[in-house]
Design a protein around this ligand. Structure first.
Ligand SMILES: [Mg+2]
Length: 123
């Protein structure tokens, strides 16, 4: 595995993960996947990843809690990994009650692979 180009995909919906896994593999990335934040943190502890695509609404540990853990509890440089939120919310009201300021960017569902590739290429 080329760890410099490994993307961690975190989403509780299987089909969402499949779409992202296939698209990113086709674009040449290696992929790790988790279905909640708890699994994602375990993977982050054990692997070096290039960036994280993190769903917001998930059981067990949601995206906001997961990001908070990464930024506040993990040692550097893992605490500084690029994290992009995957969210179905496409209007600004979500910003009124959720803090996205620690995310490095956002992918809005339904996403396109072009949108994701553009984001990753800027990383
Ligand atoms: Mg979800």
């Amino acid at each position: 595995m080329n760890l410099a180009k490994t993307v961690l995909i975190v989403d509780d919906i299987y089909i969402n993960r499949r779409v992202l896994v296939k698209s990113l593999q086709n674009a040449g990335y290696d992929v790790l996947e988790a279905e909640n934040g708890k699994q994602a943190i375990e993977l982050l502890k054990n692997y070096d990843v290039f960036c994280v695509l993190l769903d917001i609404e998930m059981p067990v540990m949601n995206g906001i809690e997961t990001l908070h853990y990464i930024r506040s509890q993990m040692p550097k440089p893992k605490s500084e990994v690029k994290v992009f939120a995957i969210t179905a919310y496409n209007n600004s009201t979500i910003h009124d009650y959720l803090d996205f300021s620690d995310f490095d960017g956002m992918i809005t569902k339904p996403f396109s692979i072009q949108q994701i590739e553009k984001l990753l290429s800027q990383t």
